[in-house]
Write a protein that binds this ligand. Structure first.
Ligand code: SF4
Length: 408
């Protein structure tokens, strides 16, 4: 199938009709451009700001001079076209509960509503949006941009119950009894913990918790020198947020050399332009403390990050330890599932910390329970690397299918 798509559309995780909407913009038919964009994506405004635009890397115009600015054109269209809410299909009488009002959960709910089903989304935070709301700093994604997309989703008829934590205020089992189906769309909402001496000291923040506190106005205590461990986009967000919260200096320490860093090139460039210092090729070996307080990070030089087969398997140079004085450590070394939503349901995560699925989406052993899984190791908020769309109208069937990772 992918060979039949234009390269830009094939590279887009939601398979946007890029040629169609750019042609519509060229005709000044912005409403049609928006219709084509929204046909694949209920978060067009968010993507117009923060999508890493793999479509542009695939753009064939690059063979002539330079790729088209596909994301900027999307932004122009969504900001300049009048838009009326989508009209849902006639009501089917079926109702579905969705756990988590993040991008996947809201996309699922939106598509269900358009097909005439009732969709009720349960969200533990006070606002919907998931990682867009809790993890992405407002300087990257202004909240009015997110609000625009949320309003469209809510106007279509999606119901969101905020401040309700599944696993604490209501169980998955109870939802399963009350609804025709339950969809789990909680994403990877926990930070992986740094397993080194001192990793649990006060002053050591997992990046997602740090960003969530900053975005929800709780202002994590940041002063002096901050060391951010990790080389991905979340590390860049944490570093730039720490600067904004008053850090005198921010160092990013990562295993990879700069060219190998998993963060997008422009995210690293922007962090450096703001004054962040990069210490590449080093891994954390321990956190130094004095009187119960963080005073530094012990790091070790990295010989290689990947083995000859390309697997992540860092090897360190023996005895090559250095001390990096700092007052705060933020760890951005990856994300993990958080299964608290299963509390009280009798369900448990299986081997490897994953829900056991029967096929692509059915949770094994529970009729009517579906899981929207992340199908990309690099997926993170704003990247749209695993968006979902229903494949049929029946609630009892396999409603959703994960989009395959973009072939960049
Ligand atoms: S969603 Fe992202 S990848 Fe898809 S067309 Fe828009 S900018 Fe490109």
């Amino acid at each position: 199938m992918s060979e039949l798509l234009p390269p830009c559309t094939n590279a887009c995780p939601v398979r946007t009709d890029v040629r169609g909407y750019i042609a519509a913009i060229a005709r000044r038919d912005y409403v049609e451009a928006c219709r084509l964009i929204r046909a694949r994506n209920p978060f067009p405004s968010v993507c117009a700001w923060v999508c890493p635009h793999p479509c542009e890397e695939a753009c064939r115009r690059a063979g002539v001079d330079m790729p088209l600015s596909i994301r900027e054109l999307k932004r122009f269209a969504v900001e300049n076209a009048a838009w009326s809410p989508a009209v849902p299909a006639p009501a089917t009488g079926k109702k579905v509960a969705v756990v988590g009002a993040g991008p996947a959960g809201l996309t699922a709910a939106y598509e269900l509503v358009l097909r005439g089903h009732r969709a009720v989304v349960y969200e533990r935070h006070r606002s919907p949006g998931g990682h867009f709301f809790t993890s992405l700093p407002a300087y990257r994604l202004p909240r009015e941009v997110l609000q625009r997309d949320l309003e469209t989703i809510l106007a279509a008829g999606v119901e969101v119950r905020t401040g309700v934590e599944v696993g604490r205020d209501v169980t998955v089992t109870r939802l399963r009894d009350e609804y025709d189906a339950v969809i789990i769309g909680v994403g990877l909402r926990a930070s992986k913990r740094l397993d080194v001496p001192g990793g649990g000291l006060p002053g050591v923040y997992p990046a997602l918790e740090f960003l969530e506190m900053a975005n929800l106005g709780e202002r994590p205590r940041v002063s002096g020198r901050v060391a951010v461990v990790g080389g991905g986009d979340v590390a860049m967000d944490a570093a730039r947020t720490a600067l904004r919260l008053g850090a005198s200096e921010v160092l990013v320490i990562c295993l990879e050399e700069r060219e190998q860093m998993p963060a997008h090139r422009w995210e690293v460039d922007e962090a450096l332009a703001e004054g962040v210092t990069l210490l590449p090729g080093r891994g954390p070996a321990g956190i130094m403390e004095q009187g119960g307080r963080v005073v530094g990070l012990k790091v070790q030089k990295v010989k290689s990050v990947f083995d000859p087969d390309g697997r992540f398997n860092p090897v360190y140079e023996p005895g090559s330890f250095e001390s990096v004085p700092c007052d705060t450590v933020i760890t951005a070394i990856g994300q993990a599932p958080d299964f608290r939503f299963l509390n009280g349901s009798g369900l448990k995560a299986g081997e490897g910390g994953r829900l056991v699925l029967d096929g692509e989406f059915f949770v094994a052993g529970v009729r009517g329970l579906f899981c929207l899984r992340r199908d990309s190791r690099r997926a993170r908020p704003g990247h749209c690397r695993s968006s979902l769309r229903p494949q049929g109208g029946g609630v009892g069937g396999p409603l959703f299918k994960g989009r395959k990772r973009a072939a960049a």
